[in-house]
Ligand binder design. Structure first.
Ligand SMILES: NC(=O)c1ccc[n+]([C@@H]2O[C@H](COP(=O)([O-])OP(=O)(O)OC[C@H]3O[C@@H](n4cnc5c(N)ncnc54)[C@H](OP(=O)(O)O)[C@@H]3O)[C@@H](O)[C@H]2O)c1
Length: 287
C-alpha cells in the first residue's frame, strides 16, 4: 500500500489498514455519501467504513471509482446485517455487496451485530477470504456468550473488533480479552457521536490550546496513540479537513494518562440486548 503520510496498523493476518478514515453512518443516501467520500478522498482519507445497513454502499463505490486513486490504495470496510447471516445466505449477500460497492474485493468485512446465524455467516466469510472476495474479516458489537461462541467456532480469528469506544467508554477488559488473538480495535462514536459534553472536557481544551489544535483533534490524536483504528463521520468540509489533521503533533505519556482517566464506562448507545435483538432481527436492509 502506498504511504500517504498517515499511519497504518498491521492486522493479525499481515494486512495493513490505514489507521484513520471516514465513517459514513447516517450519511443519508448514495448521492450525499458520494459527495462526502469524494471530498474525503481528496483530503487524503484512504479508508472508508460503511455497512449494508447504512444503505449507502453504492455512493462509496461511485466515489472510489471516479476519484482516480488506485483501488489498492483505498481500504473499504463493510458489514453484513443479520438478515444476511447463514452458510447459504452469506455468499450471495457478499456477491451483492461487491456489486453495490462496484469492486472486485472488500478489504474488511464485519459481522455487524451478534444476532442470528453468525456462526454460519462467519464460515462463509472464511470461505470468501479463500476465494479472494474478501481480504480480512472481523466482528462488531459482540459480547459475552455470543463472543465466546464465535471465537470457539472461528478458524480465522477476527482481525478487528469494532465497538463503541471513546474517552468515556474505553473497553479495557474487552481489549485485554482479545489481545490473545491480536485483534485490533476499531472505535465507533470516536468523538461521542459529536456530544458537546465530551468534546468540551477541560482536559481537551487545555491540550488544544497547548498544541494549537481543536478539542476534537486532541480526542482523535488520543485514539491514534492508543493504537485504535478511527473513522469519525462528517459531511462538513471544515470538520473533514480538521479531523484528518492530527499527524503533526504528539501527546505526552502524562497527557495520554489524563485522557485515560476520563473513562466512566459510559456508553452513548444504551439499548438493552433484548431490545437490540428484537429491533435488529426485524430490520432487513434493501439489496
Ligand atoms: N459498528 C457499529 O455498530 C457502528 C455504530 C455507529 C457508528 N459506526 C461507525 O463509526 C463511525 C463514526 O461514528 P458516528 O458517526 O456515529 O459518531 P462520531 O464520528 O463520534 O461523531 C459524528 C458527529 O460528530 C460531528 N463532528 C465530526 N467532526 C466534528 C468536528 N471536528 N467538530 C465538531 N463536530 C464534529 C458530526 O457532524 P458533522 O457531519 O456536522 O461534522 C457528527 O454529528 C460511523 O460513521 C460508522 O462508520 C459503527
Amino acid at each position: 500500500m502506498t504511504d500517504n503520510g498517515q499511519n497504518y496498523v498491521t492486522l493479525n493476518n499481515g494486512a495493513k489498514i490505514p489507521q484513520f478514515g471516514l465513517g459514513v453512518y447516517m450519511i443519508n443516501g448514495d448521492n450525499a455519501t458520494e459527495e462526502a467520500v469524494s471530498e474525503a478522498l481528496k483530503l487524503g482519507y484512504w479508508h472508508i467504513d460503511t455497512a449494508h445497513a447504512y444503505q449507502n454502499e453504492r455512493g462509496v463505490g461511485r466515489a472510489v471509482k471516479k476519484n482516480g486513486i488506485n483501488r489498492h490504495n483505498i481500504w473499504i470496510t463493510s458489514k453484513l446485517w443479520p438478515s444476511d447471516y447463514g452458510e447459504d445466505k452469506t455468499p450471495k449477500a457478499i456477491d451483492k455487496m461487491l456489486n453495490r460497492l462496484d469492486t472486485d474485493y472488500i478489504d474488511l468485512l464485519l459481522l455487524h451485530q451478534q444476532f442470528g446465524d453468525y456462526i454460519g455467516a462467519w464460515k462463509a466469510m472464511e470461505k470468501a477470504v479463500k476465494e479472494g472476495k474478501v481480504r480480512s474479516i472481523g466482528i462488531s458489537n459482540f459480547s459475552g456468550k455470543r463472543l465466546d461462541n464465535l471465537l470457539a467456532n472461528a478458524e480465522v480469528k477476527p482481525a478487528v473488533m469494532q465497538v463503541e469506544l471513546h474517552p468515556y467508554y474505553q473497553e479495557k477488559e474487552l481489549r485485554q480479552r482479545m489481545a490473545q488473538y491480536d485483534t485490533k480495535f476499531e472505535a465507533w462514536y470516536p468523538i461521542g457521536h459529536g456530544d458537546p459534553k465530551l468534546i468540551n472536557e477541560p482536559v481537551f481544551t487545555k491540550l488544544a490550546k497547548k498544541y494549537g489544535k481543536t478539542n476534537v483533534q486532541i480526542i482523535l490524536r488520543w485514539h491514534i496513540q492508543k493504537g485504535f483504528i478511527v473513522f469519525p463521520k462528517s459531511t462538513n468540509p471544515e470538520h473533514l479537513k480538521q479531523n484528518i489533521d492530527v499527524f503533526d503533533f504528539k501527546l505526552t505519556p502524562d497527557e495520554m494518562q489524563a485522557i485515560d482517566a476520563l473513562d466512566k464506562h459510559q456508553r452513548y448507545f444504551t439499548m438493552s440486548l433484548e431490545a437490540q435483538k428484537s429491533a435488529f432481527s426485524s430490520f432487513k436492509p434493501a439489496d
